[in-house]
Design a protein around this ligand. Structure first.
Ligand SMILES: Nc1ncnc2c1ncn2[C@@H]1O[C@H](COP(=O)(O)OP(=O)(O)O)[C@@H](O)[C@H]1O
Ligand SMILES: O=C(O)[C@H](O)[C@@H](O)[C@H](O)[C@H](O)COP(=O)(O)O
Length: 174
């Protein structure tokens, strides 16, 4: 995997359960790397957003078009421009699907416990995701594994520190 990787070019997928900080860290990272940023939530079909807003978690079937759309965006990311994109990517098969479109994808898994995720989602304003679905996110979560290109980092560290550690790891692998 390392041989395929180039920090400026490989798409970075910031993953993890709702509330782990994907959007916060992803935006900051994209700014730091000077690459485009995409919010994975924007790729959901409207019915998925309605489902979550109505307290019904997504499943493999309902996530399928969303993952396909994210994979499509990753596929067209220019070789030079790079990309940071957020996607919960909770299950390994979802990540496999994204890797089909971009085998060089680098996953950053932001980890935190369920209480902290609950608290963050409950206190977040202007977002469709209810805290009632956080438990289902942990049920579905299959953490990033050692043989998957990427890194796992404590989501409760300050965002600046998380971004600095990601940049260090990207530079190390280039
Ligand atoms: N490293 C962090 N430390 C403390 N709070 C954070 C951190 N990252 C994100 N947050 C806060 O947690 C909440 C969820 O973050 P968000 O980026 O929306 O997560 P996600 O996109 O994974 O759902 C927001 O209120 C955000 O400000
Ligand atoms: O796979 C899923 O069940 C959803 O994509 C979910 O993981 C995502 O968390 C929501 O879209 C809420 O958005 P945030 O993750 O940004 O809170």
């Amino acid at each position: 995997m390392a041989a395929l990787f180039h920090a400026r070019r490989a798409p970075v997928v910031v993953m993890g359960v709702a509330g782990c900080g994907k959007t916060t860290v992803g935006r900051y990272l994209a700014d730091s790397l000077r690459v485009p940023f995409e919010e994975g939530d924007d790729f959901h079909p409207r019915r998925n957003v309605e489902s979550m807003a109505n307290h019904t978690p997504l499943d493999d079937r309902t996530r399928s078009p969303w993952l396909a759309a994210i994979a499509g965006r990753m596929r067209v990311a220019g070789a030079e421009e790079g990309l940071v994109i957020t996607c919960s990517a909770l299950r390994r098969i979802y990540r496999e699907l994204l890797r089909v479109s971009r085998p060089d994808a680098f996953f950053v898994h932001l980890t935190l416990d369920q209480d902290e995720a609950n608290s963050r989602v409950a206190h977040r304003r202007s977002h469709y995701m209810p805290a009632s679905l956080v438990a289902s996110q942990f049920e579905d979560l299959e953490p990033l594994e050692d043989d998957e290109a990427g890194m796992t980092i404590d989501a409760t560290l300050p965002a600046e520190r998380i971004v600095a550690e990601i940049q260090t790891e990207l530079a190390r692998r280039t």
